[in-house]
Design a protein around this ligand. Sequence first.
Ligand code: NDP
Length: 296
Amino acid sequence: MAAELIDGKAFAAKVRGKVAEHVARLKEEHDITPGLAVVLVGEDPASQVYVRSKGKQTVEVGMNSYEHKLDVDTSEADLLALIDQLNNDPAVHGILVQLPLPKHLDEDLVINSIAPEKDVDGFHISNVGLLGTGQKSMVPCTPLGCLMMLRDYHGSLSGMDAVVIGRSNIVGKPMAQLLLGDSCTVTIAHSRTKDLPDVVRRADIVVAAVGRPEMVPGDWIKEGATVIDVGINRVERDGKNKLVGDVDFASASERAGAITPVPGGVGPMTIACLLANTVTACCRANKLAEPEGLTA
Ligand code: NDP
């Protein structure tokens, strides 16, 4: 295997370490403990696992975790009332509403009711606009994690050709904005892109965020390119349940210069960046210096 492995698990541990250090300093010097509120509506098993994991890691870095579990048939008015209460609670610096929400709730309305400065997922329309115009914002966690790993590996990304496959609001679009912000020449590919292999072959950086198991084969990858695989796909292999990315890891590793594995690549960075965003939000709320290297 030629490619260097970008170890997201180890990198996420480093990010959590930095967050924990900053939290300790906030407590010691300012008597402030950052707090993250997570709201879960319903009992979707995957969402329950994510919420548990977020709560556990929040406490491990020394922050306060507030979990709000609501019935699946909670009304929009009740959910909005809870968000309003959290918006006005000075102990809460970050608010995350776990998606997807049950069908009867309007996701856009709910997300846009979170105070933008507490929107640690970075999905509020104000944060989308701030990111798009290069202003200080809360940055969506998964693309932020990808950017941190790319910066760590390359130093400067300036002038590199980057292709982002996928144009979702939570991964593809903000990822492209972040790469543009770091002066890459960015192409966003999607399901209607003509000749995707040719587009990908030109890229120094490939970020795959599609949700199709191993759809990017090694022979699409330019020799020496850096491959960031966001995809999380469950497949059956040899009678076993396995997680694979959007990139065919075995063949892509033969050509890439560096590559993230699945699992153990982008995945662990997402919650680490949620914690990073919460400590950043807390510093901004208290007009204190932000930790370095934990935001875009
Ligand atoms: P979406 O389904 O919202 O978006 C998928 C994107 O892929 C769309 O823009 C779609 O194009 C594009 N696409 C679909 N098929 C093709 C194709 N054949 N060729 C090129 N583009 C295609 O997914 P998300 O962005 O939410 O997630 C993407 C993946 O990342 C999933 O596997 C998800 O599980 C994973 N993920 C991982 C996270 C982590 O923490 N590591 C966090 C979030 C997501 P079009 O717009 O034209 O339909």
